[in-house]
Design a protein around this ligand. Structure first.
Ligand SMILES: NC(=O)c1ccc[n+]([C@@H]2O[C@H](COP(=O)([O-])OP(=O)(O)OC[C@H]3O[C@@H](n4cnc5c(N)ncnc54)[C@H](OP(=O)(O)O)[C@@H]3O)[C@@H](O)[C@H]2O)c1
Length: 353
């Protein structure tokens, strides 16, 4: 019967995408599905796009933990609001515990102060400690994931940004200071809970900025990942935007360029870095990433250019926030840890038009 996968937060957007992809996974089968307010309902009531799972009952977290349904899974995906997965992980630890992949932010940040500044709020959620950071295509990451049992799945914006800029910083083609990110996301990035800014009449026909001025919670994660690639601490100025689409992230990341770097050199750096990767595609010169081309798939599309007059290198990346930015990457990480083919169950081709 293969690998049994549990999904906590199954009624949410990331949870729904996990279930969609797991439903076609050749080696994983779906075990307990867990929700909060939706507990006691059937999956068909919250995910109309998953008819084969429609009759599955959604369990409450306490039922799934006390009855040990989650303990019996081989891998558990945690797709909860931040501040919750640390407690669940603590109840799922010990000998024989399942592999855990946390799609939330609880285990991404190494620095407790950064966690407190961006997620701590009134102090209700404490820093739960960093796990192995699950962005397999980053230099050295795959080896660390291979031997881990607990993986922190990266945030959606940081995934697109790191894939584009980290190799350039590591190679010294981009200089480790003054990194600027402007990125637009579809509304599913905010999760399923409703708010006035996310209703159709507010979003349709409009692109808007939010959390500008260093306020977005993914800022320290970007600085952490890019700083590690550069070998030097750096700051990131991040302006996120909301775009009138359900899925997708288009990120523009720029930094001062090394004086001798050309557009050809930075393009070849990315192409060579990802030459053997199934899910990261450096587009031919002159073609620019589009969110439409990565819809529903686990791929990232990248392009890069040197703006010689401004002295900056500019990287554009497109991902589907729910796939490479969340559920697809989580399954990719679980595949690595469990010794399954890394790309098992993961489409590299998007849905078009
Ligand atoms: N959306 C994205 O593009 C994306 C990308 C990368 C990472 N993530 C991360 O993935 C996690 C889930 O995001 P999402 O977009 O799927 O959010 P969502 O649509 O709001 O879903 C949240 C899920 O968590 C459950 N939940 C809510 N409060 C809970 C509580 N107090 N205790 C236990 N379960 C609770 C909900 O259950 P009920 O519905 O039953 O109440 C639902 O299943 C977040 O940490 C998010 O940052 C999201």
């Amino acid at each position: 019967m293969g690998v049994l996968a549990g999904v906590v937060g199954a009624s949410g957007y990331a949870g729904g995408e996990l279930l969609r992809l797991l439903g076609s996974h050749p080696s994983m089968s779906i075990g307990p599905v867990v929700g909060s307010t939706s507990a006691g309902r059937r999956l068909g009531e919250v995910h109309g796009h998953l008819p084969r799972l429609a009759d599955r009952p959604i369990m409450s977290l306490d039922t799934a933990l006390d009855g040990r349904a989650l303990h019996e899974a081989d891998v558990v995906f945690l797709a909860l609001p931040h501040g919750h997965s640390g407690q669940v992980a603590a109840r799922l630890s010990g000998p024989g515990a399942p592999v855990l992949v946390d799609l939330g932010a609880d285990h991404r940040l190494v620095d407790p102060q950064a966690w407190a500044d961006y997620y701590g709020g009134s102090g209700s959620s404490r820093h739960a400690g960093a796990w192995v950071y699950g962005l397999p295509e980053l230099d050295g990451a795959r080896e660390a994931i291979l031997t881990a049992r607990q993986i922190a799945n990266p945030g959606c914006y940081p995934t697109g940004v790191a894939l584009g800029m980290a190799p350039l910083l590591r190679a010294g083609l981009a200089l480790p200071r003054d990194v600027v990110v402007v990125a637009a996301s579809g509304t599913s990035g905010a999760g399923r809970a409703t708010s006035q800014q996310l209703v159709g009449s507010e979003v349709m026909g409009s692109v808007s900025a939010y959390k500008a001025g260093g306020l977005h919670q993914h800022t320290p994660e970007m600085a952490q990942t890019l700083g590690a690639a550069a070998g030097a601490a750096l700051t990131v100025s991040f302006t996120p935007m909301l775009a009138p689409m359900s899925r997708g992230i288009l990120a523009t990341t720029s930094a001062p360029v090394s004086p001798e770097a050309t557009s050809d050199a930075v393009w070849r750096c990315l192409r060579d870095t990802y030459a053997d990767e199934a899910f990261v595609h450096v587009l031919p010169p002159g073609r620019w990433p589009r969110t439409a081309d990565v819809l529903g798939c686990n791929s990232a599309h990248l392009q890069v250019a040197v703006d010689a007059s401004a002295g900056r290198v500019v990287v554009i990346s497109a991902i589907d926030n729910l796939v490479k930015g969340a559920a697809g990457q989580a399954i990719q990480n679980a595949n690595i840890v469990l010794g399954l083919g890394e790309g098992s169950g993961l489409p590299a081709e998007g849905v078009a038009p």
